[in-house]
Design a protein around this ligand. Structure first.
Ligand SMILES: [Zn+2]
Length: 386
């Protein structure tokens, strides 16, 4: 297959796909009008559910799995980390056991697990929609159990190192040896505590600006400490709800313009994303209300603690890139990179429009604000716009 298309930086490329890889990527000679845009597939490192399917509950059928992952393809996503929020130990056992069987058989666009919890800060300022009573201190025994269950499919753990710093350092050090990456999140880690976790190997902050105290000292707060930590990446949720546009712009610009860019974009999507309906849904055992503005929150009327708190988002990856571009005033190619090749590189995924790499890419319509024409994974068309 041969495609002539424009890269997001404006270059006209001749792209030759042979089987599952890019065989040749070269500059096209001459100018052509009205070409589609071509860009690497989007990589989302935090997907709790999608298309009406909640990944934090047992998936009922192959059809449900296919539907959720197909909806992700339809929103430009060729790779995602299936994310489980804080659960009971037996909850992880059941969910991970079931999911890994599915992944080994038919991974679709999922390349592994992100466990957000249970090693988080249970304080109401940090816990977000997670259940405090299921949180615990980091423990090698649990890491070993998860690795035993899912092996190399375990890619990322979000933890709060201040809950037990020595235990966190031990778990991070050991996990890194086994190929697991660590982000800090739902955490109040600052100063020395943060520096120690980073020195041990933590490389990012999960959804910076969220699961953080509403009222905090003007300088001594997690935002400034995370931004000031050299090299620490951070993911932001570009739905305009999790982080208001002015704050998103400030954070994204600070991260993007660091010595080496450390901005990551993620949706933190849950079952309500691409599900086309308002009303009640779930995030594991948590009941969630999708509002008229598309936000996913703990219902005001429920007996669950923390009504009104955000519980994931209904943002889709494709929409997220353009919202990020607009809110932060980024170049589209930079926003796209923060949602594709940069997260891919964390996990050693070969990704990008480069000869020899897997042909995972999106074609976009040539308008100023493009829509998705098609998604390809390993050289195969997995989504085409109707
Ligand atoms: Zn979270």
């Amino acid at each position: 297959m041969k495609i002539t298309a424009r890269s997001l930086s404006g270059e006209i490329l001749d792209v030759q796909v042979d089987g599952s890889v890019f065989k040749k990527v070269s500059k096209h000679k001459g100018d052509v009008l009205d070409l589609p845009w071509i860009a690497p597939g989007l990589i989302d490192i935090q997907i709790n559910g999608f298309g009406g399917i909640d990944f934090n509950r047992p998936i009922e059928s192959d059809a449900a799995w296919e539907h959720a992952t197909q909806q992700l393809y339809a929103h430009g996503c060729t790779g995602f980390l299936l994310t489980l929020i804080t659960n009971r130990e037996e909850g992880y056992r059941e969910l991970l056991g079931d999911l890994v069987t599915r992944l080994r058989r038919d991974p679709r666009n999922c390349f592994g697990f992100h466990l957000e919890g249970p090693w988080l800060n249970p304080d109401p300022s940090f816990r977000g929609a997670h259940r405090s009573e299921w949180m615990q201190k980091p423990a090698l025994s649990l890491l070993k159990e998860w690795r035993g269950l899912v092996g190399d499919w375990l890619k990322l753990i979000t933890l709060a190192p201040e809950v037990d710093l020595d235990a966190a350092v031990t778990v991070i050090t050991e996990g890194k040896k086994q190929g697991v990456e660590f982000f800090i999140g739902h955490s109040g880690a600052m100063g020395e505590t943060l520096a120690r976790a980073v020195k041990a190997g933590a490389i990012g902050w999960t959804h910076l600006g969220n699961a953080a105290p509403a009222l905090a000292p003007k300088f001594d707060n997690v935002l400034f400490h995370a931004l000031a930590q050299p090299g620490l990446m951070a993911s932001l949720i570009p739905d305009g709800v999790h982080v208001p546009p002015h704050a998103f712009r400030a954070l994204a610009q600070a991260l993007e313009q660091a010595a080496s860019s450390r901005l990551l974009l993620t949706t933190d999507a849950m079952a309500g994303a691409a599900a086309g309906r308002k009303g009640r849904t779930t995030l594991g055992e948590v009941e969630v209300e999708i509002g008229a503005d598309g936000s996913a929150r703990l219902p005001e009327s429920s007996s669950q603690p923390g009504p009104g708190r955000l519980a994931g988002s209904t943002l889709t990856p494709f929409a997220g890139v353009f919202l990020a571009e607009k809110m932060a005033g980024l170049y589209l190619e930079d926003a796209w990179e923060a949602f594709s090749t940069r997260p891919a590189s964390i996990f050693g995924l070969k990704h990008g429009l480069v000869e020899g790499q897997p042909a995972d890419f999106c074609l976009l319509s040539p308008e100023k604000t493009p829509y998705l024409l098609a998604t390809y994974q390993r050289g195969k068309c997995v989504y085409e716009a109707p």
